[in-house]
Design a protein around this ligand. Structure first.
Ligand code: ZN
Ligand code: ZN
Length: 445
């Protein structure tokens, strides 16, 4: 069974996060998105941990479900720690994810953090002075099965390789403890193809998670595993990540990196962005205001790369680039993602009944059989699996065309930079005006 897992999100107790992020709504949205395993986020926060313990029960080894059974998704205990400290005369700021196999292991890890003076109450993603290597020690002393993943490694401010705070290798960041790092999170502004340019990263499994700060962003990046439902457990997921075996770890689901808000270099206030070459020519200075440009992910990757773009390492896990369904609908209508029309169509689509079989020419006896696999679809099934006809059947042929184009990578992107998200364009202005001229033919429109 394909298991889609998003192992980094935040709760309502993290800074700048939606108050709607409670266990029940997270479960509901995981189901809508087609996520089978969702990170809890923020388990180091005392109030959130209490809510999780009240709402969840362990139904598979190391995996939890809502006690009231209002959602199918399994929860895996995840947290993210912010470390800020000085090393080698440079201020280091890094986010590191720690996953735990059960509440007991989470409690011990929390006790370890408190023992070194960490204030966990202040934020769902606590800010500490704990060095990366010490963090690994604390996590593993608490429980050997705790699993450590450097978060969004390329982001300028808080990534292990970030332009403002980072290191040039996992070894430099984690020292003696680097041997306990098996995976790194690529973040929204980079995809595996960019990371494959760096031979030093071949030994790590590249994972992708949403780092969602609100419900609708859950699953914007994720991981797909092949695990039999009877075998599903915390250990099985961690070993699938550690083993990096393409039979177990099928692919990651990625943002187009250009859409990420730190892809290119630039200065948001001046609406100026550019690539690494131009930044070099400008000596890193914004040509509009004279301030420093924020050096983005593409630039950092280029600095550390020792291979050409396009190189595929032998043991690489493949990836699929997607655009969240709401953005696809919004682009088709040429309206904002939050608009009423988009939300209505989205809800209709993710709640629609579909058959696993796309074959319409079926005899009645077969039809009988197929009726049984009619089920409520979800966002990932729509984005990844359904045929053009099936998608058109639950929306319109234009939306189906848009989804097929995204699958084929047939999109235009404005690059993100300095905290400004990039933009996706699936249809050209001309195409869209022709489409919108015939609203009556467009089913749900
Ligand atoms: Zn983070
Ligand atoms: Zn400027």
């Amino acid at each position: 069974m394909r298991i889609i897992a998003d192992l980094q999100i935040h709760s309502k107790y993290s800074r700048a996060c939606s108050q709607d992020l409670n266990p029940y709504s997270i479960g509901l949205w995981a189901d809508k998105k087609g996520i089978q395993v969702i990170g809890t986020g923020d388990f180091t926060h005392p109030k959130w941990l209490k809510e999780l313990k009240e709402a969840l029960k362990e139904t598979k080894p190391g995996l939890y479900q809502l006690k009231d059974k209002s959602a199918k998704a399994y929860f895996l205990l995840t947290s993210e720690i912010s470390s800020i400290y000085k090393q080698g005369e440079k201020l280091r700021r890094q986010h590191t994810c720690v996953f735990a196999p059960n509440f007991a292991a989470a409690d011990k890890f929390i006790a370890g953090l408190e023992a070194v003076g960490a204030n966990l109450k202040s934020d769902g993603r606590p800010i500490t002075g704990i060095h990366c290597d010490d963090l690994v020690k604390i996590a593993l002393e608490a429980d050997k099965r705790n699993f450590i993943v450097p978060a969004h490694v390329w982001t300028p401010h808080f990534g292990a390789f970030g332009s403002l705070s980072g290191f040039d290798s996992i070894e430099e960041a984690f020292g003696q403890q680097a041997k306990h790092i098996y995976a790194i999170e690529t973040g929204l502004s980079s995809d595996p193809k960019m990371n494959w340019q760096i031979s030093g990263l071949d030994k790590y499994t590249l994972v992708s998670n949403s780092d969602a700060h609100s419900l609708r962003k859950i699953g914007r990046e994720a991981n797909a595993f092949e695990i039999a439902e009877k075998d599903l457990s915390y250990n099985k997921i961690i070993s699938a990540i550690k083993n990096k075996n393409p039979k177990e770890f099928l692919f990651t689901i990625e943002f187009f990196p250009e859409e990420g808000k730190y892809h290119m270099d630039g200065h948001a206030d001046c609406k100026f962005s550019c690539g690494p070459e131009k930044t070099k020519a400008l000596a890193g200075i914004c040509p509009v205001c004279g301030k420093k440009l924020l050096v983005g992910v593409l630039n950092r990757v280029a600095k550390l790369a020792d291979r050409e773009f396009g190189f595929v390492p032998k043991n690489a896990i493949p990836f699929k680039s997607v655009i969240p369904l709401e953005e696809i609908i919004a682009d088709t209508f040429n309206v904002g993602t939050g608009s009423k029309r988009v939300l209505e169509v989205y809800e209709k689509m993710v709640g629609a009944q579909v058959s696993k079989s796309a074959d319409k020419q079926i005899s009645s006896s077969v039809e009988e059989k197929k009726r049984s696999d009619v089920h409520k679809t979800n966002e990932f099934e729509i984005l990844l699996d359904l045929t053009r006809e099936q998608i058109a059947g639950i929306s319109s042929r234009e939306i189906a065309e848009a989804i097929i184009r995204v699958r084929e990578g047939n999109v235009n992107l404005d690059d993100g930079y300095d905290g400004v998200f990039g933009k996706v364009h699936i249809f050209t202005e001309k195409e869209r005006s022709t489409l919108l001229r015939k609203p009556k033919q467009m089913g749900l429109f």
